[in-house]
Design a protein around this ligand. Structure first.
Ligand code: SF4
Length: 330
């Protein structure tokens, strides 16, 4: 099976997701965009809202990104912004920083020309209503032109009934990716209307989606990307990379890429005294003073619990002060 270069890096958690716009010229019933992002022009590097372009480089550095996936909305609606960011990334990390771009448009020669040398791989998303006549569409014309111009070219579509209609397109492509259809807050109504249901309570995958892809998946260029894979492997590997770059000496990095540390909220007026005890008992790099509390290695907080009156708990969260996963009182 030939995996797209962008997918190889994604498997390593080494791909930054650059969301350039929530605007889109289409209105696919299965669109997974959240209501927070849909229709807005806010840029996100991974989950971080971007105010100034240099923040994109900071986020990429934080995870030691080896590549970037440009997505939306429809990235070609803001092609100037896309080329600016891609140029910045290539200049900063070098031309080997692999960039793929996802689009639901069939890029024109002019658009391809603007992306040349900046985007390495293009992933076309032809709408479902064109699959029956895919060879007669602009998507195949764009795919041929993109190939001639040196891009890696593929199709990336959600798993929907009728995927086998895309088989005639395969000779014009380097790869074809099928994303497992995912249930979300904005498409739940449309899913129910069509009689679809969740496969299980743990993931957002739709029951039966794998069967729709069966025939197409027999071909060597086709890759099935499950929702479970995205939730687990891809996210976990990316978190690990961020944790390795941002964890403090006393943070424990878990196998899931989260970090664990202890928190002491001293009794009122006792913070300075507690800092002093920390200074006497602990190595300087095994605790940190924060606004109203002290953070330290969780095992030290447990060991010296008796000497630290106040509220004590162990926290597990995504790295770089990300989402809290669990808080356990001590
Ligand atoms: S093309 Fe993509 S972003 Fe646009 S409506 Fe369809 S699924 Fe949503």
């Amino acid at each position: 099976m030939s995996l797209a270069k962008g997918c190889v890096l994604c498997h390593q958690g080494a791909k930054m997701v650059l969301f350039v716009t929530g605007r889109c010229h289409r209105s696919c019933w299965y669109c997974p965009l959240s209501s927070e992002r849909k229709g807005t022009d806010t840029v996100y590097a991974n989950e971080v809202p971007v105010d100034i372009p240099s923040q994109i480089i900071e986020v990429a550095e934080m995870m030691s990104a080896l590549g970037t996936g440009v997505t939306g909305g429809e990235p070609l609606l803001c092609l100037d912004k896309v080329t600016l960011y891609c140029r910045m990334l290539k200049e900063h990390f070098g031309p080997e920083h692999q960039i793929h771009l996802y689009t639901a448009k069939a890029p024109t020669d002019e658009e391809l020309g603007q992306m040349k040398g900046l985007v390495d791989e293009i992933r076309l998303h032809p709408p479902r209503e064109l699959w029956d006549t895919i060879l007669d569409t602009d998507y195949i014309r764009s795919a041929k032109r993109a190939k001639e111009m040196g891009f890696d070219i593929g199709i990336e579509v959600p798993a929907l009934p009728g995927l086998e209609l895309l088989i005639p397109a395969l000779p014009y492509l380097d790869f074809l990716n099928i994303n497992e259809l995912e249930w979300g807050e904005t498409n739940a109504y449309a899913m129910r209307e069509r009689g679809y249901d969740l496969a299980d309570e743990l993931h957002n995958a739709i029951d039966g989606a794998k069967a729709w892809a069966e025939e197409l998946c027999r071909h060597g260029k086709v890759h099935w990307c499950s929702s479970g894979f995205k939730d687990s492997v891809q996210l976990r590997e990316r978190l690990k990379r961020i944790a390795e770059n941002t964890a403090r000496p006393f943070d424990e990095i878990t196998d899931d890429g989260t970090i664990v540390y202890g928190v002491l909220e001293p009794l009122e007026g006792r913070k300075e005294a507690m800092i002093q005890v920390c200074g006497e008992r602990l190595e300087p790099d095994s605790f940190e003073e924060r606004d109203d509390h002290i953070e330290m290695a969780w095992w030290l907080l447990e060991k010296y619990a008796g000497e630290f009156p106040g509220n004590k708990y162990v926290i597990e969260r995504y790295p770089n002060r990300g989402m809290v996963v669990e808080m356990t009182p001590l």
